[in-house]
Design a protein around this ligand. Structure first.
Ligand SMILES: [Zn+2]
Length: 483
């Protein structure tokens, strides 16, 4: 097998991505990437999709042709391909073959009521990969083990482990939401990264309360292990200082504070508040800082300064979680299909969520929601990569359904449809450095695919018109009977 090293630390191989951790002697220790290695080998028969129109965010609409899938991969594409013995033949006439979708921001272990249903719902809605952006490994590991047990069908999960926080911890405590862990020194940060590497994480997630010193230690140590980093901008730092050192930033949060005319004074004020609030619960300290600074910063933007801040994001994926930020503008319960989508959830959740409108204060996030929607086309105009993530199940996010809402809101905010489709395919693959094998319909790529009735580049809502979901070369959802 021929290997060539990739920037991200994954090696190219015809099969599953393999991570390499360097040993000091110059030897390379090959460690199978946590969850991808656990993925069951494809035992499916070859699939030959006849006369289908492939479409992806890289190539756009391709010529109508045949696509042969075998051993979990796209083996060949072309006119009148010969059918291998035993191949299942699928009529793709008039239909579209796209990459499976990703949700770049989910929390599988955040609420135990979702653990059993979440993977199934992701597949129902065509989500074949997710990035778990924060979970206690003690709770997450058994979930992952069950997802990849014999006969199990589940999306690929790329996981980070806990939110790597400072002091006080935002998501602290021993209850289910206690997914954050505090780190006070660079030494603690370094040893945590080593523990996470041993646990097989695919990336790390840095949170808002870390000090600049701890942030630096996380970044340096993670890069030694080729681990990509997803981060919230630490409150003790400017977004433009943190951004170039991480691979993705979540929620566009704290970006507005760096765009303000008085950004340096706001940073100083935050550092004082953080120092003074060490005895407070992290959640309430963070909220009080956001409340004090967010809306005034938005209303006090310095366009020239903000231009420099946006320039600092050129190599960093932004995951705006627009559905969450702009909930005032796009309340989930205002959608016609909200009730129907809720019906798929256990009664304990759906009955609670049917009252969502009663709990929502329409003014609480109004300014920040508008700012988020306005920032999306500004990022796109500067070719800053945007990723589609939902924060499922936080903020009434129905697994799978919420990703489609995110894409629709990105387009409504002004994103070109093809760029929005890239946000759920090419961009997440590039975060993990696996864009040479995931996120496109191309020969040699992993066969995580959707057969759609309509072209998603004509209208992003068409990515819901799913006939088949193919994962690792195997049909895992067949909605043909419903049509
Ligand atoms: Zn989150």
């Amino acid at each position: 097998m021929h290997y060539s090293a990739q920037k991200s630390g994954f090696l190219h191989s015809p099969g599953y991505p393999i991570k390499v951790a360097k040993l000091c002697a110059g030897l390379a220790l090959i460690v199978l990437s946590g969850i991808l290695s656990a993925a069951p080998e494809s035992e499916a028969l070859p699939l030959l999709i006849r006369n289908v129109t492939p479409v992806d965010a890289k190539h756009g609409l391709m010529q109508t042709q045949d696509v042969l899938i075998d051993a979990g991969h796209i083996q060949s594409m072309g006119k009148n391909l010969a059918a291998p013995t035993g191949a299942a033949i699928i009529d793709g006439q008039g239909r579209f073959l796209t990459p499976g979708l990703w949700d770049m921001h989910v929390h599988l272990s955040y609420d135990s009521r979702f653990i059993d249903i979440m993977p199934d719902l992701f597949l129902d809605y065509g989500i074949t990969s997710v990035r778990d952006t924060g979970g206690d490994l003690k709770r997450l590991k058994p979930i992952l083990a069950s997802l990849y047990g014999p006969g199990a069908e589940a999306p690929r999960v790329f996981f980070a482990g806990p939110l790597l926080d400072g002091s006080p911890v935002v998501y602290g405590g021993n209850d289910e939401s206690g997914i954050g862990e505090g780190h006070l020194t660079a030494a603690q940060a370094r040893s945590k990264i080593n523990a996470l590497v041993a646990a097989g994480v695919d990336f790390i997630k840095i949170y808002e309360m870390v000090s600049p010193e701890v942030f630096d230690a996380f970044v340096v140590e993670a890069s030694l292990h080729n681990l990509p980093i997803a981060a919230h901008v630490p409150l003790s730092m400017l977004a433009s200082d943190a951004a170039p050192r991480v691979q993705s930033m979540e929620h566009l949060r704290n970006l507005e504070m760096d765009c303000a005319r008085d950004a340096d004074a706001l940073l100083e004020e935050r550092r004082v508040l953080l120092e003074a609030g060490q005895e407070q619960p992290g959640m309430s300290l963070r909220s009080s800082i956001h409340r004090a600074q967010r809306d005034p910063a938005i209303q006090n933007e310095d366009p020239a300064r903000c231009e420099r801040v946006l320039a600092s994001l050129s190599a960093t994926i932004q995951v705006p979680t627009a559905r969450l930020n702009a909930m005032t503008q796009y309340p989930p319960f205002a959608q016609n299909d909200w009730g129907q989508a809720l019906d798929a959830l256990p009664e304990s959740i759906s009955s609670e969520w049917r009252k969502a409108s009663m709990y929502m204060d329409p003014n609480s996030y109004k300014v920040a929601g508008e700012w988020t929607l306005g920032m999306i086309p500004r990022l796109a105009a500067r070719n800053i990569r945007i990723g589609a993530g939902t924060d499922t199940p936080i903020g009434w996010a129905i697994p799978g359904y919420s990703l489609h809402r995110e894409l629709e809101i990105l387009v409504a905010a002004g994103l070109d449809t093809q760029i929005a489709f890239a946000a759920a395919t090419l961009v997440p693959a590039s975060f993990f450095g696996v864009e040479d094998r995931m996120g496109q319909v191309a020969q040699g790529y992993q066969a995580d695919l959707l057969l759609l009735d309509t072209n998603p580049l004509d209208d992003i809502r068409h990515s819901r018109d799913i006939r088949l979901v193919i994962l690792r070369g195997k049909i895992v959802r067949d909605h043909r009977r419903k049509h």
